[in-house]
Design a binder for this molecule. Structure first.
Ligand SMILES: C[S@@+](CC[C@H](N)C(=O)[O-])C[C@H]1O[C@@H](n2cnc3c(N)ncnc32)[C@H](O)[C@@H]1O
Length: 270
C-alpha cells in the first residue's frame, strides 16, 4: 500500500535538492503555501512548486555563482572599479545571470541615462538585484555611496559582498525575501529592475505592495521587453499598461526610457 504524504512531506520533497537550499526560506515558504492552496495532488504539487521557483529565479541563473570563485578571481586584480581588468571581470560575471546579460550591450549608458539629472545620490537600494551591482563601474555614483543589494539567492549575495569588499566599497549584499524584508531606511534611489512581473508570479498584488513599502526619493522601475526565450510577444504594451495602473492616483513625476530590450520608468515623488 502507498503511504499518504502530508502537504509538508510534499513540500520537503519539492525543495530537497541543492538548487533550492540556496533560496531564502521566506520565498520557499510562500511559494509552497501559494501552490498548495491550488488543490493539486502530491506529484503535481511537487512539480508546481519547482516550476514556480524556476520561473522566478532558476531560469535566470542556470549556473552557480560562487563566492569562493569570486574571491579567487578577484584577489590578483586591481582595487579600482575603473580598471579594465575589473570591468572585464564584471562583464564576464554578468553573463551568468540572464537579466544582466541582456543589459550588457548597453550597460555603458543605461545607468547614466536613467540617473541623469538627479541630485547627488548618496544611497541606493537594489531590490531583487541579481548581478546588477556588478554594473557599478558604469553607474554615475559618487565615492562613498551606500549600496544595499538584496536577492533571494544566498551564494549570489555572498559573491556580491566579496566584490564590494575587494574595493572597500560601502556596499552590503544580503539574502532576503523582498516581499517581507523590512525597509526601515529612506534611500535616494531604489532600483526595481525587471522585478515586478516576477513578484506578481509569486502572488497577485505583490508588485504594488512592494512599491508601496519602499521608501526612496526616486524609484527606477523596469520591465523586460523580451521573454527569456527571446520573443517580444507584445510585452511592451502589457507592461506599459501594468505600469500605468501602478502609477494611477499617485503623485509621481515620471520619466520614460526605452532600451532595446528593457522599458524603464523613473519615478520621483512630487
Ligand atoms: C528578472 S531577475 C532581475 C534581476 C535584476 N534586478 C536585473 O534587472 O538584472 C529577477 C530576480 O529576482 C530575484 N527574486 C525573485 N523573487 C524574489 C524575492 N521574493 N526576494 C528576493 N529576490 C527575488 C531572483 O533571484 C532574480 O535574481
Amino acid at each position: 500500500m502507498k503511504a499518504i504524504l502530508s502537504v509538508e512531506d510534499v513540500i520537503r520533497q519539492a525543495v530537497s535538492s541543492d538548487a533550492y537550499n540556496d533560496i531564502h526560506p521566506g520565498v520557499i515558504r510562500r511559494v509552497c503555501e501559494t501552490e498548495s492552496r491550488k488543490g493539486l495532488k502530491s506529484r503535481e504539487l511537487v512539480k508546481a512548486i519547482r516550476n514556480r521557483l524556476h520561473q522566478i529565479g532558476g531560469a535566470y541563473l542556470p549556473g552557480d555563482v560562487n563566492p569562493a570563485a569570486f574571491a579567487g578571481e578577484l584577489a590578483p586584480l586591481p582595487r579600482g572599479l575603473s580598471s579594465p581588468e575589473i570591468q572585464d571581470f564584471c562583464r564576464r560575471k554578468m553573463e551568468n545571470h540572464a537579466s544582466t546579460r541582456e543589459r550588457l550591450p548597453f550597460v555603458e549608458h543605461f545607468f547614466h541615462d536613467v540617473l541623469a539629472g538627479l541630485p547627488p545620490v548618496t544611497s541606493v537600494i537594489d531590490l531583487a538585484c541579481g548581478l546588477t551591482p556588478l554594473a557599478i563601474p558604469w553607474m554615475p555614483l559618487p565615492a562613498g555611496v551606500e549600496y544595499s543589494a538584496l536577492d533571494m539567492y544566498s551564494r549570489l549575495a555572498k559573491s556580491l559582498q566579496v566584490f564590494f569588499d575587494h574595493f572597500g566599497f560601502n556596499g552590503k549584499a544580503e539574502t532576503a525575501d523582498i516581499v517581507s524584508a523590512p525597509f526601515e531606511k529612506q534611500y535616494d534611489v531604489a532600483f526595481i529592475l525587471k522585478t515586478l512581473p516576477c513578484l506578481e508570479q509569486q502572488g497577485k498584488g505583490l508588485a504594488t505592495a512592494l512599491v508601496d513599502r519602499v521608501n526612496a526619493k526616486t524609484l527606477v522601475i523596469s520591465y523586460p521587453l523580451r521573454t527569456l526565450g527571446g520573443s517580444r510577444k507584445g510585452l511592451g504594451a502589457t507592461y506599459e499598461s501594468d505600469f500605468n495602473r501602478l502609477a494611477e492616483g499617485r503623485d509621481w513625476q515620471i520619466a520614460r526610457f526605452e532600451f532595446p530590450n528593457e522599458l524603464v520608468f523613473r519615478v520621483t515623488h512630487s
